[in-house]
Design a protein around this ligand. Structure first.
Ligand code: NAD
Length: 250
């Protein structure tokens, strides 16, 4: 289905991004991974997927420019890299705020602005932004994350309108809680911020949000991304797709 298409997936050395990369590769796309990790593990992933890797730090706009120039024209851009920090607003470390805004929304702007001209020239493109249930609703202690993900939603709608007649679509995917290192990493801070045990954070904070009482699986997100790349999804643009076990239906 995606033979002849090139896909750059940011933050794809782990979690959701890796699952999206696997899904697109399985349908024949040429895949470019991005993200951090141990060199040997990244080499193993590249070998497994027949993929290449760009290690650009997306907090650095100049590094993004270099990466986009090196990868050349791409057909599918998945802006997936993201980070989280859990803290009451009055204690929120200023540097963390800047990093979260830098990675979760500023980098999305930079990759997109650099990918769009060539997609327009080809008359085909897919921009898929991993937002979050937190692009539609909020939870306490995640001010930077919620602000950045609401911004991703607004940015995606805007570019969908700008590109509406070009053959390029732009959509958000908004997962609820997916069991990945990003979620595991926030458990200790949530325990501290709310004074709860690990089990209570998992069951009473995280899964409490999801009516299905199940974590979303990374490959379920991969399948949704794949659908958005299909020819049949050419009229699907400017949408924010929930995959959150019913969380934002409440
Ligand atoms: P993860 O921590 O497993 O993966 C994050 C990826 O981003 C890794 O590949 C990491 O190396 C990369 N990365 C981090 N900082 C980077 C930087 N400065 N430059 C380049 N790459 C960088 O996270 P995940 O859970 O797979 O999350 C992926 C996306 O999904 C994020 O945007 C996140 O906000 C979103 N999301 C996750 C969940 C969830 O429950 N896990 C829910 C909703 C949305």
């Amino acid at each position: 289905m995606l033979e002849g298409k090139t896909a750059l997936i940011t933050g794809s050395t782990s979690g959701i991004g890796l699952a999206i990369a696997r899904a697109l590769r399985a349908e024949g796309a040429e895949v470019i991974l991005n993200g951090f990790g141990e060199e040997a593990e990244i080499a193993r992933l590249c070998e497994e997927l027949g993929a290449s890797h760009q290690g650009a730090n997306l907090l650095d706009p100049a590094a993004i420019e270099t990466m986009m120039a090196e990868v050349g024209p791409i057909d599918i851009l998945v802006n997936n890299a993201g980070m989280q920090h859990v803290s009451p607003v009055e204690d929120f470390p200023v540097q963390k705020w800047d990093q979260i805004i830098g990675l979760n929304i500023n980098a999305v702007f930079h990759t997109t602005r650099l990918a769009v001209p060539q997609m327009k020239e080809k008359g085909w493109g897919r921009i898929i932004n991993t937002a979050s249930a937190h692009s539609k609703t909020a939870s306490p202690f995640k001010s930077a994350y919620n602000a950045s993900k609401h911004a991703v939603d607004g940015f995606t709608k805007t570019i969908a309108l700008e590109l509406a007649q070009t053959g390029v679509t732009a959509n958000c995917i908004s997962p609820g809680y997916v069991w990945t290192p990003l979620i595991e990493g926030q458990i200790p801070d949530t325990m501290a911020a709310r004074g709860l045990s690990r089990e209570a954070v998992i069951n009473d904070v995280l899964l409490a949000k999801q009516p299905t009482k199940k974590f979303v699986q990374p490959d379920e997100v991969g399948a949704l991304a794949l659908f958005l790349c299909r020819e049949e999804a050419g009229n699907v643009t400017g949408a924010n797709w929930s995959i959150d076990g019913g969380w934002t239906a409440e």
